[in-house]
Design a protein around this ligand. Structure first.
Ligand code: OXD
Ligand code: MN
Length: 592
């Protein structure tokens, strides 16, 4: 036997894991089971195999050390919400915003699809830990997959291997995830969650959000279910530390819908004007938050990497992301240059004279189609980020002083305002709307309600989810303040009213100053807003106080329409909608 053949051959798991793996292997019938230990030798071996199999292309390791390239099937480039199910005994438990299926029938259907699907293939057993080791919030999952691409991505996105196995010990309490690639036929694509059994089955897709089961499936859909049961929150939020020139650190969590700039905001570099201020990234996509013994809300980032949108990422929009993806990164569905590097629309480099596009077709600047898919991605370890907060690695996590909700809205929503109190803040999150993006399959640019940016990710009845948010307040003596922001408001002639990117630091500074009790505000029907004197406009020659007024203006006609749109969601959720949400709406109507 050659040395490499020994990789993964030793079953290393407790008896609960072993029994389940045997059961799943009897169904899927792989020719080999590979037990991942997460070691570096194993990583090198897996990359070699993935390149041999043509799953990955090795990029130029002089220019991009440790980086690889992958193309997914062209029918499989985004999350597919219509194929995503919550399978609970009662339909009401999944609620009207989720696709529901009865668990027994769905499991039988999926296992029939999975039967024999790994014949002639390797089944990888991936132990993984979501959250820093030793954290009371951390959870162990096992993912079984026949995709080596999934293994290598899970290695970056989670704490994979021995560390998870040790954390689990002899316990049967782990998430059971089965992923079968099949022939990537869209008609046999299902991403199904069984929250009552802490189980996930995903078949027929190779796209990250559908198959890296620790991320959307466990950390959000199953996580939100567990959070309700256990008294914590699993949220689609970045977490950042804002350090002032005096060294004071304020931690903020922010929910934005997919592909609305969470990664950029989490890695923001303050403009020159903010000398001495620094942003530390704790997480860019998911927050698990629990009331601490001190009455504050404590948060961890359950992930250990970034699965970020590549197009538009460059040295101006996000220098820390550029550092993060300079090595040990997997690029998916971007363009491949002849020199063994990669390119996408909005890259720092000019368009290459020639390259292969995300589907492997020759591309030149004269081509009509984009070289990179709009939802092309990078998977990069968070330890590459020069601004990684050391607290991201600590079991305690960080205390959250402010929660920000933000949608992508061309009209109606002002740049920033603060909720009057927690219940009002929950109402702001609950009524969030946003224009759809390329992160999910379907039309782009249509406004839809996306409560707390969790519409595609809440694993149970959304009405009960709002109730859970309200109830959490009971254990918070010092609840975070809540804010709403909108970086995307436009003028009638289609111009963005706010420059965004690094300048968002100005909004953040007002928020942090409010949290620290040193910034003023003015009351409006919507909430508290900064007066011009509270908002730092220095060093912005092209942005005046009048521009700020315009970005902050309240248009009563637009708000009439907005309230009607909010009603649509409330009607859908009516059975379980907390009455507090209706009262908040009434109060807003009377204030307006
Ligand atoms: C993501 C998403 O990939 O929200 O983070 O779709
Ligand atoms: Mn996301």
């Amino acid at each position: 036997m050659s040395l490499t053949a020994e990789f993964g051959s030793q079953a290393i798991a407790n008896t609960h894991v072993q029994q389940w793996v045997e059961k799943m292997a009897a169904i899927t019938q792989p020719s080999r089971i590979f037990w991942c230990d997460g070691s570096e030798a194993e990583r090198d071996h897996l990359y070699t195999v993935a390149v041999e199999q043509g799953v990955l292309v090795r990029l130029d390791h002089e220019k991009l050390p440790g980086c690889y390239y992958h193309r997914s099937n062209s029918n499989d480039v985004a999350r597919v919400e219509q194929c995503t199910f919550i399978c609970t005994e009662q339909e009401e438990d999944a609620g009207p915003t989720n696709n529901w299926s009865e668990p027994k029938a769905m499991r039988a259907k999926l296992l029939a699809i999975a039967t024999g699907s790994m014949a002639g293939r390797t089944m990888y057993v991936i132990p993984y830990l979501m959250g820093p080791p030793g954290s009371t919030l951390a959870k162990v999952g096992y993912e079984l997959t026949d995709s080596i691409y999934v293994v290598l991505n899970m290695r970056i996105m989670t704490r994979m291997g021995e560390v998870a196995r040790r954390e689990l010990g002899d316990s049967p309490d782990f998430n059971r995830g089965l992923h079968c690639l099949l022939d990537v036929d869209a008609s046999r694509r299902f991403i199904c969650h069984f929250p009552q059994d802490n189980e996930i089955i995903s078949v027929g897709s190779g796209y990250g959000g559908n198959v890296l089961l620790g991320k959307k499936c466990l950390a959000l859909r199953i996580g939100s279910w567990l959070g309700r049961k256990e008294g914590w929150l699993a949220e689609h939020m970045l977490i950042m530390g804002v350090e002032s020139p005096t060294g004071e650190r304020t931690y903020v969590a922010a929910a934005f819908p997919s592909a609305c700039g969470k990664t950029n905001f989490a890695m923001l570099i303050p403009p020159a004007h903010f000398a001495g201020w620094k942003i530390w990234t704790v997480g860019d996509d998911i927050a698990w938050m629990r009331p601490g013994p001190d009455g504050r809300l404590w948060a961890i980032n359950p992930e250990s990497g970034y699965f970020g949108v590549a197009p538009g990422t460059n040295g101006k929009t996000n220098p820390n992301a550029i550092s993060s993806i300079s090595r040990d990164t997997i690029f998916t569905n971007v363009a491949l240059k002849p020199d063994g590097t990669v390119w996408w629309e909005g890259h720092d480099d000019p368009p290459p004279a020639e390259c292969l596009d995300w589907q492997g077709r020759p591309w030149t600047p004269a081509s009509k189609e984009k070289a990179a898919h709009p939802n092309s991605r990078f998977t990069a370890p968070m330890t590459n980020n020069p601004a990684l907060a050391p607290e991201a690695l600590s079991a305690e996590g960080v205390p959250i002083s402010a929660i920000i909700f933000g949608g992508r809205r061309a009209t109606t929503l002002p740049l920033v305002y603060q909720a009057f109190n927690w219940v009002h803040g929950v109402y702001l999150g609950a009524t969030m709307g946003s224009e759809t993006t390329a992160a999910a399959a379907g039309a782009v640019g249509q406004v839809r309600r996306d409560p707390m940016a969790m519409l595609p990710f809440c694993g149970y009845n959304m009405g009960r989810y709002f109730r859970h948010w309200l109830d959490i307040r009971r254990n918070l003596e010092n609840p975070p303040q809540v804010y709403q922001v909108n970086w995307f408001r436009k003028s009638a002639d289609g111009r963005f009213l706010w420059p965004g990117f690094g300048e968002n630091m100005r909004v953040l500074k007002w928020i942090v100053d409010r949290c620290q009790g040193r910034a003023g505000a003015r009351e409006t029907p919507l909430g508290w807003v900064p007066r011009t004197c509270d908002f730092d406009l220095d060093g912005m020659p092209n942005f005046s106080a009048a521009d700020l007024e315009q970005a902050q203006s309240i248009n009563i006609e637009e708000w009439r329409r907005e309230l009607l749109l909010q009603d649509e969601l409330f009607m859908r959720l009516y059975r379980h909608l907390p009455k507090e949400m209706i009262f908040q709406r009434e109060l807003l109507v009377s204030r307006l």
